[in-house]
Design a protein around this ligand. Structure first.
Ligand code: PGA
Length: 252
């Protein structure tokens, strides 16, 4: 068995839902109850990243279950005059395990730079949260043959945080052209990028970091993605809003 095989086997599967700006108290209650009821089947391998106002609801509904919860963004600052922002310490108070950082919608719609994303990851770590750092190329970048270079550029300030920091993070490869479009990367396309990320992580002594794939993951395509040696799970948007579909992805 090669070293790579050993590492694949020792990285746990993780399936995270990203609700984005969806939900209501009533809809969430039903969804969270269904996830909680599936506790045994998922054995701690799933989580949901919910809008800030629903963190208390997620905490209440999932407390003591094997389903973890988190937020979709976090401030790079610890405290201060940052109207509208939410600190990592505040998220920790609500029992969050995860904080997504650098989702492509934040990079595109809110101008988050690679540097800002790394600062947010560092702030999350400082409060004991697990940052889920998202990277991914646009369609134009892929068609320009520049995918791996873009991923490398986006990751650079995050990698510079060092192996100890990386060991407490999760990475997510989400090609922008696959998010919410129904157009998933093929398992081979995803694996190529995941392999490149894995090689980089290995070189930094951080080979155990989980790297998730995201972008139109559904129950119908999850198994073929998860069959790839360097894909450790999924970050799921639309399909995470339907409990049965989300659980089928987790079980794939
Ligand atoms: P999608 O979103 O599954 O709806 O494509 C994924 C994401 O944005 O994290």
């Amino acid at each position: 068995m090669t070293t790579a095989d050993t590492q694949v086997q020792s990285r746990a599967r993780l399936v995270l839902g990203n609700w984005k700006m969806h939900g209501s108290l009533a809809e969430n209650a039903a969804l969270l109850a269904a996830l909680r009821a599936a506790d045994d089947a998922v054995q701690g391998r799933i989580g949901v990243c919910v809008p800030f106002p629903y963190l208390a609801q997620a905490q209440q509904a999932l407390q003591g279950s094997a389903v973890a919860w988190g937020a979709q963004d976090v401030s790079a600052h610890a405290k201060g005059a940052y109207t509208g922002e939410v600190s990592a310490a505040m998220l920790a108070e609500f029992g969050c395990r995860w904080a997504l950082v650098g989702h492509s919608e934040r990079r595109t719609l809110h101008g988050e730079t690679d540097r800002a994303v790394a600062d947010k990851a560092a702030a999350a770590l400082a409060a004991g949260l697990v940052p889920v750092v998202c990277v991914g190329e646009s369609l134009a970048e892929r068609e320009g043959g520049d995918t791996l270079g873009i991923i490398q550029r986006q990751l650079e300030p995050v990698l510079a945080l060092g192996a100890d920091a990386l060991a407490r993070m999760v990475l997510a490869y989400e090609p922008v052209w696959a998010i919410g479009t129904g157009r998933t990367a093929t398992p081979e396309q995803a694996q190529e990028v995941h392999r490149a990320i894995r090689v980089t992580l290995d070189g930094l002594g951080a080979g155990q970091v989980q790297v998730l794939y995201g972008g139109s993951v559904k129950a119908a395509n999850a198994a073929s993605l998860f069959a790839m040696p360097d894909i450790d799970g999924a970050l799921v948007g639309g399909a995470s809003l339907v409990a049965e579909e989300f659980l089928r992805i987790a079980a794939a």
